[in-house]
Design a protein around this ligand. Structure first.
Ligand code: GLN
Length: 257
């Protein structure tokens, strides 16, 4: 009889412990509220993200801050070369990426994207004095500068043979812009809003030519299958910012004339 009582006691203790464990787990899963997430950004990419006196600014920075505030989570911004951002997500060094990152099927193998938040698209860019190049057909024997890990780089590699050009690679956009400004390369491929902004804000002797090469749209990324709850919160926050007009305000801050 005593043995049974002891066993029953032990069993109920175990049950209580198990219930506690479950409870904790559920609480942990239930919330992104108050959590701190590491967010990868490419700070050489105005007007989406850049650094002024040690502070980060730009459309992406304001957007992710506003989403975090709306959804009650915290963020830590982690600046890095664009090409390092997806590897850092894979390595668990980042939870989120917002970096003027285009939504592509190839990237969807590795990350989950939010709803699109900006229409970009690639364009050819040449020196302002160049009257010779206006389309891909004019690139035979030319040198095309691209930035590692970008959709511009992929586009260049996929078209180099067909159009007979050579590809040179850079780690960040400003170096790539300089190369064409200095005459080191004939053309560069960049996201239209980014190069237009750079040309309007600086004395870079560059111009865009031809039609947009594709219809790239930007999305916010989390590691595939790992952060569904966070992704839902990001989409919810994004939708609420669009609704409230805050999304438009952020865009106007950086894009209005
Ligand atoms: N939108 C381009 C891409 O996703 C470039 C992004 C960037 O250079 N930050 O590849």
């Amino acid at each position: 009889m005593k043995k049974w009582t002891l066993l029953a006691l032990l069993l109920s203790v175990l049950l209580v412990l198990a219930a506690c464990g479950e409870g904790e787990e559920a609480a942990g899963e239930a919330g992104i509220e108050g959590e701190v997430y590491k967010v990868g950004i490419d700070t050489t990419y105005p007007p989406f993200e850049y650094e002024v006196d040690g502070e980060y600014e730009g459309i992406d920075v304001d957007l992710i801050r506003a989403i975090a505030e709306n959804q009650g989570f915290e963020i830590e911004l982690e600046p890095m070369d664009f090409g390092g951002i997806i590897p850092a997500l894979q390595a668990g060094q980042l939870d989120v990426a917002i970096a003027g990152m285009s939504i592509t099927d190839e990237r969807k193998e590795i990350v989950d994207f939010s709803e699109p938040y900006f229409d970009a698209g690639l364009t050819l860019v040449v020196h302002e004095d160049n009257e010779e190049i206006t389309s891909l057909e004019d690139l035979e024997g030319k040198t095309v500068a691209v930035k590692n890990g970008t959709t511009g780089a992929t586009f260049a590699m996929e078209n180099a043979d067909e159009y007979g050009f050579e590809v040179v690679r850079f780690e960040d956009s400003p170096s790539m812009f300089q190369e064409v400004a200095n005459g080191g390369a004939d053309v560069l491929i960049e996201d239209y809003p980014v190069i237009s902004y750079a040309i309007s804000q600086s004395d870079l002797p560059l111009k865009t030519v031809g039609e947009r090469l594709n219809g790239d749209q930007y999305g916010i990324a989390v590691l595939k299958g790992e952060n569904q709850e966070l992704l839902e919160a990001i989409n919810e926050g994004l939708a609420e910012l669009r609704e409230s007009g805050e999304y438009d305000e952020i865009l106007n801050t950086y894009l209005a004339e």
